[in-house]
Design a protein. Sequence first.
Length: 456
Amino acid sequence: MALDKALDYEKIKEAAEDYRADMVRFLRQMISRPSESCEEKEVVECIKAEMEKVGFDKVEIDGLGNVIGWIGDGDKILAIDSHVDTVGIGNIENWDHDPYEGYETDEIIYGRGGSDQEGGMASAVYAAKIMKDLDLIPRGYKIMIVGSVQEEDCDGMCWQYIYNKDKIVPEFVISTEPTDGGIYRGHRGRMEIRVDVKGISCHGSAPERGDNAIYKMADIIADVRSLNENGCGEEDEIKGLVKMLEPEYNPDHYEDARFLGRGTCTVSQIFYTSPSRCAVADSCSVSIDRRMTAGETWESCLEEIRRLPSCKKYADDVKVSMYMYDRPSWTGEVYETECYFPTWINKENAAHVQALADAHRALYGDRRQSSPSSADKRNRPLIDKWTFSTNCVSIQGRYGIPCVGFGPGAESQAHAPNEVTYKDDLVRCAAVYVAALNLYDSEKKTDDATQFRAGK
């Protein structure tokens, strides 16, 4: 698609500003409906009602529980994705106000899910309305607005369902995850690893008769910490993950790794079994959150744990594996998948990335328009990358459907108490989505838009 007509950027900005109050109202309605993963029914119904109210051509809820709104009647699809589930609130004592009732000021909206990431849903829905109001649905396309579920539990599983079960393949997708005013073209991948250690129980009064699984796991935990924190010099018995930034260890992808940042690992959960509090533990297990940079694979990450000195020492009693995800969605549907979320990067000059960049420059200039609390981000490049992971692990990482990120809010607000998002961001994002989908030039699309993709 080449541009059919010159865009009136001031008119787009005015239309987005005119819907400021509606976006704020809609966001506060979503925040008021608790929507942790697998419990999104109420917020999905709220979104469906809003889409129907503003005049979407078709609104549907698929078998997994994703809500999908359509405008336009073209054969090809341009999509905007927002996950509508949130994490929990944690310790309520850490919140200054009710996280679901929330409040607003002239600048911010307070409450769980505002930045991560129901604010993106508000901007996307009203971007679609503006496109319909101003007759700016690109010729030959229909616009797909997705409110996806279970992202916080299993990033991208919702899009595995959309791709494999619903058979929907957009030309490209804008993710509305918070980007601190930037346009994001990639992020690290991740996986969830489990380590199980066996022991033998005995009475706690004579621990030497048993084989304490917790003691074995303590050695393994220390090695996992070293894997994350060590350097990669000759003196380091366990070479740290920073090694993947060096050509010696990652000759094909060290430059991509430097763009994304090094991988990390941390022990996130611990479990044990024991006959009683006065017995030696006969098993111990941990979960490891592993963030993966370019050049790392799920096989290499599992093998890296297996090669730790402590795992080799207790080899017969150690099992290292990848978690599987099989929680039922709010509809009862189960889509089982491995807990592996591939790394991806798009080229900066890819047609879909440049559509966002051109839209931003035409509307707001070359610099990030960061929120007041993220003013330091304004000096970062306009085109950059996320620190955390998104649904793009499936859209781009698994399936190679081009993705690009631009969303209201700040990464630092995600999963934090006293979460806020910014009213100005809602307006800016809606305007950029409208312009970007119209500036996308399919004639400039190439087969090599992907710079790095870990794949399935």
